[in-house]
Design a protein around this ligand. Structure first.
Ligand SMILES: [Mg+2]
Length: 430
């Protein structure tokens, strides 16, 4: 661990709570300590969304059904999730982290990355910084809540390291350790390689990260496309140039957008358009929350063929309807519904974005009654959606479509998504 300080590179920590939800319950309800505990979703109480260390030893994983879990472990204690409490603990934890570095990225409700390169000297060395951090968590949050910490010179390896010795572990991966560590872990240990990608790699005869290092780049490109192939190649060498996205600095939004991958290859043009509409609505909501209007609207459809379009408008817009109108023009122009048939009609991924953003405060007030009325309706709809969740009130156009949900991305880059983290976590498990 000491060598981490003399790497001559960055020192990144990945801090991950051990069995977070269950540990919080055990901290606040002492009679649950040392016992197998299953935290259930707030409604129904039929699904276990988190298990305590002791429950995990019985093989109880999340998600699992309570009746099945009770069969495996009859003494299992069930508690209903309390997301507000988890959110509070998460905030307390962030406040502690702030004493050790100003460079913190909130990765999820129970995980952060912290760049301590410049602050380590204040605490002596990396070990003593970690010891002090752990001590503060124990005294200020509770001794029953522990964290596992990974140390490395980039986020990829720090995250990998924190998972190697759970619970309460501290693991350092130095550049020279990469080959040894990689020889002993499955492909899925890497953040970004899921079961599906691992399965496709297995089908190609690739079983380990070290093996990816040897595979010619164009083999990977043929299977995964250029972007994913580049990602796989770089992680196979333990390289990760992505910087920390500090949670305290909210960058001024340059554009808002959203990609949506349809659950299967879609040929039904009505469903495709419904999804374009929903994404347009979502971009509209985001723009209005940011107090911005967009002069440029863009749309991409990928599937049987790829189409990209962007249009700069004479007047900046912030309503889903206006954004959709632009998207629909491209959709018609590309002939998805009419001119072409078969595979060419298929869409798998839709992206809608808005760029060239202007502050709403500098915009003129609409002159005409109809426009003013429309603005009022939009404001009311926004308030309702804020209160009851996005897409509660939706246009008739999407009445029969799948309900989309704004899921926060891994790096919580969006200010609103970040502030609604606890609420989203709760919704996710409902
Ligand atoms: Mg965790």
């Amino acid at each position: 661990m000491e060598q981490a300080g003399v790497l001559g590179k960055k020192i990144i920590l990945h801090i991950d709570f051990d069995s977070f939800f269950a540990s919080v319950e055990q901290q606040y309800t002492p009679h649950l300590r040392g016992k197998p505990v299953g935290v259930t979703a707030t409604n129904g109480r039929t699904c276990i969304i988190a298990a305590s260390r002791q429950a995990k030893q019985y093989g109880i994983k999340s998600p699992s059904h309570t009746t099945q879990a009770k069969k495996i472990c009859p003494e299992l204690q069930l508690v209903s999730a309390n997301f507000h409490k988890y959110w509070e603990v998460s905030q307390q934890f962030l406040a502690i982290c702030n004493n050790f570095s100003p460079f913190i990225e909130v990765f999820s409700i129970d995980e952060v990355f912290m760049d301590v390169t410049k602050t380590v000297p204040l605490f002596g060395n990396v070990s003593s910084l970690i010891a002090q951090l752990k001590k503060r968590i124990a005294t200020e949050i509770g001794e029953y809540i522990t964290v596992s910490i990974g140390i490395s010179h980039n986020k990829l390896l720090a995250k990998l390291a924190s998972g190697l010795q759970k619970p309460n572990g501290v693991v350092c991966i130095r550049p020279e350790d990469v080959q040894t560590v990689y020889a002993n872990i499955p492909l899925t240990a890497i953040c970004g390689i899921g079961e599906r990608i691992a399965h496709r790699l297995h089908a190609m005869g690739i079983r380990s990260l070290l093996h990816i290092q040897q595979v010619p780049q164009h083999y990977l490109v043929a299977e995964f496309g250029p972007a994913e192939a580049k990602f796989l190649k770089r992680v196979s060498f333990g390289i990760d140039p992505t910087p920390l996205a500090c949670y305290t600095t909210v960058p001024d939004a340059k554009s808002v957008g959203r990609n949506y991958c349809l659950p299967h290859n879609e040929y039904n043009q009505r469903i495709i358009l419904q999804n374009v509409y929903e994404l347009s609505e979502e971009i509209g909501i985001k723009l209005r929350r940011l107090g911005k209007r967009a002069k440029t609207i863009g749309i991409s459809l990928r599937g049987g063929r790829d189409q990209h379009g962007r249009k700069t408008l004479p007047v900046a817009v912030d309503s889903g309807k206006d954004i959709f109108t632009v998207c629909k023009q491209f959709y018609d122009m590309w002939g998805f519904a009419t001119a072409i048939q078969g595979e060419e009609q298929m869409v798998r991924m839709i992206s809608v974005w808005a760029g060239n953003l202007l502050d709403t405060t500098y915009q003129s007030v609409p002159l005409f009654d109809t426009m003013q009325k429309r603005e009022k309706i939009t404001t009311v709809v926004d308030r309702i959606n804020e209160k009851f969740g996005d897409h509660t009130i939706r246009s008739g156009y999407v009445l029969y479509g799948d309900r989309l949900t704004t899921v926060p991305n891994g790096y919580m880059a969006d200010r609103y998504e970040r502030s609604k983290l606890a609420k989203k976590a709760e919704e996710q498990f409902r």
